[in-house]
Design a protein. Structure first.
Length: 139
């Protein structure tokens, strides 16, 4: 099942430049190897700009997670620790591949297609029902 992730502009730029090869999440993300994940760059961009394909998911205590991912994190140790403040364990989603799409999809475009009830995720969500068509229109 495909997913839609909201990612801050600062980090989506690093993902598309391949400086950042992993996405961190505080919660346990139920995700599978080879799953496609669309990247919605949040405010101020507010567009689906591409996708990544999952290589692996790692869930570990914070220090172990950093030790395992620091070479591909694309962020500083301080940023990492600030993000995971208060967490004992964290999730890292490693990318098999990343693609920036030529035709991006703005929030306004998505609301025209899926209705005014379309909302970008706070973190991520599964693309089910008619939202699964997002994978087709971004390919």
């Amino acid at each position: 099942m495909a997913k839609l992730f909201s990612i801050k502009e600062k980090y989506s730029k690093k993902i598309f430049s391949k400086e950042k090869l992993v996405e961190f999440r505080r919660q346990n993300v139920h995700i599978s190897r080879k799953e496609i994940c669309l990247i919605y760059t949040s405010f101020p961009v507010k567009k689906i700009e591409g996708h990544f394909i999952v290589e692996e998911k790692i869930r570990l205590p914070i220090q172990e997670l950093w030790n395992k991912t620091k070479e591909i994190a694309g962020i500083s140790f301080k940023e990492f620790m600030n993000y995971f403040e208060g967490c004992e364990v964290g999730t890292a989603i490693l990318f098999k591949s990343v693609k920036k799409i030529k035709k991006t999809w703005s929030l306004e475009d998505l609301k025209k297609i899926f209705g005014d009830s379309f909302r970008p995720p706070q973190s991520y969500y599964n693309l089910e029902g008619k939202l699964s068509k997002l994978v087709e229109i971004t390919a």
